[in-house]
Design a binder for this molecule. Structure first.
Ligand code: MEV
Length: 362
């Protein structure tokens, strides 16, 4: 039996890519997502001072460290914390950690005492690879384990989804399901289903997060951390204006996911690639593809990829078009990665279907 005060809990979760159906899934359409072999780790341990100290490091090109304090005005008459202070820009970057802590206290009445939360990540920030959901799942899982709140995986997934939604406004359960379960999941009308499908070798191309030369510009970081929220809201606005057109696009996207799952089951990579290209076209139609990501997709297709598409939320021109594309490379992997490098993007080989949440006492 461990003494809570002496142990360190480590939760580790995978990054995700959405293969098909991002954005459309927010409105109940089907999506297919999978874990990839890049991970985020949260360590929770005790510290002598009261309150939470949060350290986020080696997320590619980004790091931040701070105390999370409770303001007097944020306590009820018994002195219990109601809400953590808004630290403006800097804390928006760690909004997911802050909300996890608030949620733990409110939902489970746990969380008193001095706690160190340390996050290490191989997942580029705001690149559409699920860094936000990974943070929510790993943080709430580590905190629950640390404070002895018993939970199964489904409980952690649900908690993390609520936390992500509280920060982002709208969020489908896709990202948190993948970080929790790993493997593949499909989501339809908000229902998560785990699928057994063979692993794929893909390339992810990132128009990178924050250039190292910028250092930690908290305003920029905060804009990036809320990128998904902004793009999802913009799609909602356009959908409201062009409802009948968007309805057709959304139905087509739904059918693409169904056919794509079949293509993976049948090992039909030619068909899978074409479906990726069509899905990309629909994402462009709803306005989430900035120029840089569009160029990466076209360049990959021209270099011999079987298929290429934006993955995740897409990007916004005004914050540098940061985001990612997903490529089914066929025989042209090296050529595609070289072309990505020349274009200034980060090209990563990834394997799909990786392991989900792991919790250890270390
Ligand atoms: C973000 O990775 C995917 C979106 O579909 C939003 C969501 O599903 O919550 C854009």
């Amino acid at each position: 039996m461990y003494n809570k005060m002496e142990r360190k809990i480590r939760a580790s979760v995978p990054a995700k890519v959405i293969l098909f159906g991002e954005h459309f899934v927010v409105y109940g359409k089907r999506a297919l997502a999978t874990a990839i072999n890049r991970r985020l780790t949260v360590d929770v341990s005790s510290r002598e001072k009261k309150g939470y100290h949060v350290k986020i490091e080696n997320i590619p090109t980004f790091g931040i460290e701070m105390d999370l304090e409770v303001g007097k005005e944020d306590r009820d008459e018994k002195g219990k914390a109601l809400l953590y202070k808004d630290y403006e820009n800097a804390t928006k970057a760690i909004a997911y950690v802050r909300e996890s802590i608030r949620y733990l206290e409110e939902r489970y009445g746990a969380g008193e005492g001095g706690v160190e939360v340390e996050i290490k990540s191989q997942i580029p920030l705001s690149a559409g690879l699920g860094s936000s959901a990974a943070t929510c799942v790993a943080t709430i899982a580590a905190l629950k384990e640390y404070f002895g709140v018993s939970s199964d995986l489904e409980g952690i997934r649900e908690d993390a989804h609520r936390i992500e939604k509280a920060v982002q406004g709208d969020a489908s359960p896709v990202d948190t399901a993948i970080s929790t379960y790993g493997g593949y999941v499909s989501v339809e009308k908000g229902e998560v289903r785990r699928l057994r499908l063979a692993g794929l070798n893909l390339i992810v191309g990132c128009v990178s997060s924050i250039p190292l030369s910028m250092g930690i510009d908290t305003k920029k970081v905060s804009e990036l951390s809320l990128k998904t929220k902004k793009i999802v809201a913009e799609v909602k606005g356009r959908k409201g204006i062009f409802k009948s057109i968007f309805d057709c696009i959304f139905d087509a996207a739904d059918e693409i996911t169904v056919q794509a799952i079949r293509a993976i089951e049948e090992g039909d990579f030619i068909k899978l690639g074409v479906l990726m290209n069509i899905n990309h076209g629909l994402l462009d139609a709803i306005g989430v593809v900035p120029r840089g990501l569009s160029e990466l997709v076209k360049m990959s297709q021209a270099s011999g990829a079987l298929g290429a598409k934006v993955t995740g939320a897409g990007g916004l021109e005004e914050i540098g078009g940061v985001g990612s594309v997903l490529v089914l490379p066929g025989e042209s992997g090296e050529r595609i990665k070289t072309a990505m490098e020349i274009a200034g993007a980060l090209g990563m080989d990834v394997k799909t279907g990786g392991e989900g949440l792991k919790i250890d006492a270390v």
